[in-house]
Design a protein around this ligand. Structure first.
Ligand SMILES: [Zn+2]
Length: 286
């Protein structure tokens, strides 16, 4: 399944597609921006991917789990929303979810909670969810939708992987692609020197760092596709040839974490140090 019809950036679309297919989606996902109906549709497709029985091509659309999702009758997918538009998302609901999350799933190994309109949660509701978002039980997934990440508590944001549906499909500038490619090439090398040089070329502008990281995320996702027999650009092929799947996943995870820091207004100097250090660590990850 492809997410082409959703207003996702190229990086986010590919990220969701690869992770969905291979059952490696993050346990807490925040879908923000765009229209609420579109966010809901995407949330349901992600939920289907999580419970789908196909191990390499989820959501397959044909297995029993996918069929149950399509008819809205999957026992392990629960959808919660405020009672009416603009109403508060009740703290009791969050507490109920927190308890229910520890009950074993009915059908398979996974269960999914979709929390629509999470921007209508007040601080106590968000806080009631924090602990479970921080350490979700095995096989339990949360998909939150909200109008803007700005309306969520930073503590919730730091526990979720955010995907924007703002339709920002602008291609990366040539300079961004060059810098991201240099970083990808540096990740193929065994010495730290290349990575230091590539990081030094990064501009000290938060937006540019973000674009480069997004572009690098794209390359890493492509490299993972190549590993699974798909196609990718030169940089992705080189990475796939040189690094194991585990290291590529580790680098992708670190890049996502860095993107989250960039979104949270991290100090650019700290962010740049983080880029170098965290990517290096990912490559040393055993
Ligand atoms: Zn399926």
């Amino acid at each position: 399944m492809s997410f082409e019809n959703f207003p996702l950036s190229k990086g986010d679309g590919r990220f969701l597609e690869t992770r969905a297919k291979t059952h490696t989606l993050p346990q807490t996902l925040l879908l923000e921006g765009g229209e609420e109906t579109v966010r809901r549709t995407l949330a349901k497709q992600m939920a289907a991917a999580i419970v789908c029985r196909d191990k390499t091509n989820a959501p397959c659309g044909v297995c029993l789990a996918c069929k149950k999702c399509a008819s809205g009758n999957h026992p392990d997918i629960s959808v919660f929303a405020p009672e009416k538009k603009n109403a508060q998302f009740k703290v009791e609901v969050c507490r109920q979810i927190r308890q229910d999350a520890f009950v074993v799933p009915n059908d398979g190994d996974c269960k999914v909670y979709i929390l629509e309109d999470s921007q209508n949660m007040n601080d106590s509701s968000e806080n009631a969810l924090l602990k479970i978002l921080e350490e979700p039980p095995r096989g339990v997934y949360f998909i939150l939708t909200c109008d803007s990440r700005a309306s969520m508590l930073s503590t919730v944001l730091s526990r979720a992987t955010t995907v924007s549906l703002t339709g920002d499909c602008t291609p990366f500038s040539e300079e961004t692609v060059q810098t991201a490619t240099a970083l990808a090439e540096a990740l193929c090398k065994d010495s730290e020197w290349e990575l230091l040089c590539a990081c030094a070329a990064l501009k000290k502008e938060r937006e540019e760092i973000r674009s480069v990281l997004l572009c690098l995320c794209d390359i890493l996702t492509e490299a993972l596709c190549v590993k699974s027999g798909g196609t990718g650009g030169e940089a992705a092929k080189a990475l796939a040839g040189k690094r194991t799947k585990e290291k590529l996943y580790a680098a992708q995870k670190e890049t996502e974490a860095l993107l989250q820091s960039a979104a949270r207004n991290a100090n650019t100097n700290l962010l740049l140090t983080g880029v170098c250090y965290r990517l290096r660590q990912a490559m040393e990850h055993k």
